[in-house]
Design a protein around this ligand. Structure first.
Ligand code: ZN
Length: 304
């Protein structure tokens, strides 16, 4: 059987802050361009880390331009953007300029730079915010209600298409991509318990809160190859495993000897290349480790 190698991997990663998302992104093949909307990024740490590994590092400030010269001469490029201010009831300004004027052309320029191997989006949550707020800004301009605060479902068509096209273009251009997302609520069909007088009843709801997922572009799962969640877990020496720290898991490991250190973990929730890879958990995850495992499991799945 002839199965070509995976030449690029697109990953959607979500997790709380300080669970290793940025470290994972920085482990992607270089040169790497990180589109940074989130000012929480610890640039001092990135600089230290890149210098330690002997890599060249360039931070491109919001008022600067991402030039071909920069794209062709550094190992790690962090492209910073300022998020426009948004207050309730305000007429939007700056989202269209940021999205159409900077992000789209600079993203395409990066895709068209053969030397660049990987793209990070920090965060995909804010990337999606800029995308749909740009659409709301256009709608406000054309509407008699200048302060309209919400898009109608049909008005999401354009931002959806744009996000899908940009992220999908990474695959066509053989770039690796890691989009980091915040954690958000997951809605879906389920049964809700409601009280009627003294009785409790299960009532079907098509859109109830059923868990957690990535916050941002909801179609991400159809575009990327892997959706994974990052957590910081407690190491247990007795079991030789790690576990997400909560009162119930603490109870389970009651008398066990905990290693005392916390371990960043990555759990694959969905993998388009290999069904078997779903549920796999990595400690101290790296891009290469995930890539190698997905490649190997894909071949295993193919021979079944
Ligand atoms: Zn244990």
């Amino acid at each position: 059987m002839d199965i070509p190698d995976i030449d690029c991997l697109l990953i959607g990663l979500y997790g709380d802050i300080k669970t290793g998302k940025t470290s994972f992104m920085l482990s992607m093949p270089k040169p790497l361009v990180d589109f940074d909307f989130d000012q929480s990024f610890d640039r001092a740490a990135v600089r230290a880390l890149s210098q330690e590994a002997g890599l060249t590092y360039k931070k491109v400030m919001p008022e600067e331009e991402l030039t071909d010269e920069i794209l062709n001469n550094y190992d790690i490029i962090v492209r910073c953007y300022d998020m426009p201010l948004k207050l309730p009831g305000m007429v939007l300004e700056g989202f269209v300029d940021l999205w159409e004027g900077k992000l789209i052309p600079e993203f395409l320029k990066t895709l068209n730079t053969p030397k660049i191997k990987s793209i990070g989006i920090d965060t995909g949550t804010l990337f999606w915010t800029v995308d749909h707020q740009a659409q709301l800004e256009r709608v406000q301009r054309e509407s008699t209600n200048k302060a309209r605060q919400r898009l109608l479902p049909v008005e999401y068509a354009r931002p959806n298409t744009e996000a899908r096209s940009l992220l999908g273009a990474a695959r066509n251009k053989r770039k690796n991509l890691v989009a980091l997302h915040h954690v958000g609520p997951k809605h879906g069909p389920g049964y809700e318990t409601v009280r009627r007088g003294n009785r409790e009843e299960k009532v079907f709801k098509s859109d109830m809160l059923i868990g957690e997922t990535w916050s941002g572009f909801s179609h991400l799962g159809q575009i990327v190859d892997v959706i994974a969640r990052t957590r910081v877990e407690q190491g247990c020496e007795t079991c030789g495993t790690t576990f997400a720290d909560s009162p119930s898991t603490r109870l389970e490991h009651g008398t066990h000897k905990l290693s005392g250190s916390v371990v960043p973990t990555l759990e694959v929730e969905h993998c388009g290349y290999s069904l078997t890879a779903g549920g796999l958990k990595f400690e101290n995850p790296t891009f290469e480790g995930l890539y190698n495992t997905v490649s190997a499991m894909r071949l295993v799945d193919a021979t079944k």
